[in-house]
Write a protein that binds this ligand. Structure first.
Ligand code: ADP
Length: 158
């Protein structure tokens, strides 16, 4: 069966930073599942079904054939287990991310016995969904910061 990683996020929208994490994870694991979840502290900005389709297109364009995308409700660990994932994947940009992620990872390990693998953001550490959204809302070009398929989706909604 091998190692299956579950990369959860709001991906609202999915950025080049997220894509970079998916690429790194796809090299390390046999299969990677991108899980579009619902963060109860954030309001959904872009329709999740449309985002799923755009992420699938981006993954296809990158020829990442061991990656799939799912939408889920509820707890990440529950969906990850349902998908038979062995490990959770998250990206780290900075110390603030680390502190936030550590709390979630600790509870997931204690509660569900699922460990988390972190990948470094590196030179894309400045990118966030909220920065992209801020540019988008103010009619600036976002094409440099998101995969082509996601830019197409966002620009089609303008
Ligand atoms: P959530 O609402 O669950 O935090 P996000 O979509 O904001 O979802 O982020 C999902 C994951 O991707 C998080 O682990 C986050 O730290 C990581 N991430 C976000 N932006 C980047 C980036 N530019 N580079 C690397 N990882 C990132």
């Amino acid at each position: 069966m091998g190692m299956v990683g579950f990369y959860a996020g709001s991906f609202d929208p999915f950025t080049n930073g997220h894509l970079q994490i998916v690429k790194k994870a796809a090299k390390c694991f046999d299969k990677v599942i991108v899980g579009i979840g619902h963060n109860t502290e954030k309001k959904e900005r872009i329709d999740r079904n449309k985002m799923k389709q755009a992420i699938e297109k981006a993954i296809e364009e990158e020829k990442l054939n061991n990656v799939e995308v799912v939408i889920y409700e509820g707890l990440t660990v529950d969906k990850a287990k349902e998908c038979e994932a062995n490990i959770l994947i998250r990206g780290l940009r900075n110390g603030t991310d680390y502190e936030y992620e550590e709390n979630i990872s600790a509870i997931n390990e204690k509660m569900a016995n699922m460990d988390t693998c972190y990948f470094r953001a590196g030179d894309l550490g400045y990118l966030s969904s909220s920065v992209v959204m801020e540019l988008y809302i103010n009619n600036k070009e976002i094409d440099k910061y998101v995969p082509r398929a996601i830019a197409q989706l966002l620009n089609s909604l303008r």
